[in-house]
Design a protein around this ligand. Structure first.
Ligand code: F6P
Length: 325
């Protein structure tokens, strides 16, 4: 390996910047050149790339988002798009890629490196959704969860003042990871998750029980991937039965993706970026860098992508009911 290209792709996640910094500096430390690729695979196809130096990544540890910018790039799914990308990075002399993103990013990376095996590819799981097999935590999940907690704590103040019940929708695509942790951290009355169906009458019974126990406010967290039919309809259906509370809905949206990365995500990003470059130097390809039991681990991209049964911790799921009595 002599020249590494680094890109961020898919939804941005806090911690991507510390990760880019680690990739750039680890590569330079080892005598390699580094090229920053703008807007993910789009920059590969459109030849939007620039050489990076140690100072290109100064003072970015604290920044949310990604200095390389990101995109969800449909043309990269086509043979023509991949061929154009290949020609451009060959012309740059790039022989190794570090791609930071989620499962869509890895699907593209795997296909690309299977077609063009002379380009080694290492993936870093950068997504707030925490939904990748092969890493207990993905980059950005911790910060996003903390952002959600801060928002819900504020909602709790007003909910409690007015004796209201709030339904709060949080991100995570098909994963309930943010919802579950935020729910435990904020003392949610109930947490609706894509991984576990909750019957509406069961939810109503639970909320009515809360009313009768003189709970002054309640928070129900609804993961965006929950299959109960949408947060607004759900709130309406519950309001008909749970009459003592005034019910409000808050959809937190994209604020969950922003903000300065937490200490955890800064260290995780640095650790994964460093490990990704070392993996390329060691001759690895088509692997994802993950963190398991506090150790860096490489998982084949094909395996990381094929396990869509990413499980939430059973003890956390059981605990929710007990702690919301
Ligand atoms: O994958 C990260 C994520 O924030 C998901 O939680 C969410 O479903 C999706 O991206 C939103 O995507 P977009 O920013 O394209 O609307």
């Amino acid at each position: 390996i002599s020249k590494i290209g680094v890109l961020t792709s898919g939804g941005d996640a806090p911690g991507m910047n510390p990760c880019i910094r680690a990739v750039v500096r680890t590569a330079l430390y080892n005598g390699l050149e580094v090229v920053g690729i703008k807007q993910g695979y789009k920059g590969m196809i459109e030849n939007d790339m620039y050489p990076m130096q140690a100072r290109s990544v100064s003072n970015i540890l604290n920044l949310g988002g990604t200095i390389l910018k990101t995109a969800r790039c449909l043309p990269f799914r086509t043979d023509e798009g991949q061929e154009a990308a290949y020609q451009n990075i060959k012309a740059q002399g790039i022989d190794g890629l570090v791609v930071i993103g989620g499962d869509g990013t890895f699907t593209g990376a795997l296909r690309f490196s299977q077609k063009y095996p002379d380009i080694a590819v290492i993936g870093i799981p950068g997504t707030i959704d925490n939904d990748l097999y092969g890493s207990t935590y993905t980059l950005g999940f911790d910060t996003a969860t903390n952002t959600v907690i801060e928002a819900i704590d504020k909602i709790r103040d007003t909910a409690d003042s007015h004796d209201r019940l709030f339904f709060v929708e949080v991100m995570g695509r098909d994963s309930g990871a943010i919802a579950l942790r935020a729910g435990i951290s904020c003392g949610a009355e109930a947490i609706l998750l894509p991984e576990k169906s909750t019957a509406i009458d069961e939810l109503i019974r639970h909320l009515k029980a809360g009313e009768s126990k003189k709970k002054s406010s309640s928070i129900v967290i609804v993961a965006e991937g929950d299959k109960s039919g949408g947060i607004y309809d759900l709130a309406k259906a519950v309001q008909k039965e749970v009459t003592n509370y005034d019910i409000k809905v808050a959809v937190l949206g994209h604020l969950q993706r922003g903000g300065a990365p937490s200490s955890f995500d800064r260290v995780l990003g640095s650790r994964m970026g460093y490990a990704a470059v070392n993996a390329l130097i060691a001759g690895e390809s088509q692997k994802m860098v993950g963190l398991e039991a506090n150790h860096i681990k490489l998982t084949p991209l094909s395996e990381a992508l094929s396990h869509h049964d990413f499980k939430l911790e059973a003890d956390l799921l059981q605990m929710v009911e007990v702690l919301s009595i």
